[in-house]
Write a protein of this length. Structure first.
Length: 185
């Protein structure tokens, strides 16, 4: 009995000895570098304007803002075009998420429209002009292509040109609009 008691005492004493403490493991996930949006900063803010060269005029509202610690830019646009002889009236709202592509040297815009279309566009920047070129997407308009150009026309003015191409046809100018920067309150 005494030997059993001694064995139990030995086990308890070894268990209760402080274990050597290991330093806590720290895990770090390397973050990608933040995109350099400096060539696009002139677009930040609220813009509003009307289409040019068509009667009656349509109304355009564009908003561009940073999101998620300046790792993305959010584009939101509302387009209201009245009916013409050849085209019915249209109302469209879309939002886009601009991010650096995998190379980190250019940008991709993913757009989501109230029509249900989801498209992807490659973005090119040439001084005061930003161009959005179609690259498909998860749910693009079947066969149709859309490209957009935003051109800086001054500190508080830009020209937006939207071109469309029906299936197997060349691009045509859908609309051009002159937008002015809106003062925020």
């Amino acid at each position: 009995m005494r030997s059993v008691l001694l064995i139990l005492l030995a086990i308890i004493s070894t268990v209760s000895l402080p274990a050597k403490e290991k330093p806590p493991v720290t895990y770090r996930i390397p973050l990608p570098p933040k995109p350099d949006f400096s060539p696009l900063e002139w677009l930040l803010g609220e813009w509003a304007g009307k289409t040019t060269g068509r009667d009656p005029q349509g109304e355009i509202r564009l908003s561009v803002a940073y999101a998620l610690d300046k790792r993305f830019m959010i584009f939101r646009e509302q387009v209201s075009l009245p009916a013409t002889v050849t085209v019915p009236a249209s109302e469209e709202s879309w939002m886009g998420l601009l991010s650096a592509d995998r190379s980190g040297s250019s940008f991709t815009l993913r757009t989501y429209s109230n029509t249900g279309f989801i498209t992807r566009q490659r973005v090119t920047i040439e001084e005061a002009q930003v161009s959005f070129h179609p690259e498909g997407g998860e749910q693009p308009p079947p066969g149709w292509l859309l490209r957009r150009t935003l051109e800086r026309a001054g500190d508080a003015e830009l020209i937006e040109t939207v071109q469309m191409a029906p299936p197997n046809r060349p691009f045509f100018d859908y609309y051009t609009a002159k937008l002015s920067r809106q003062e925020t309150q």
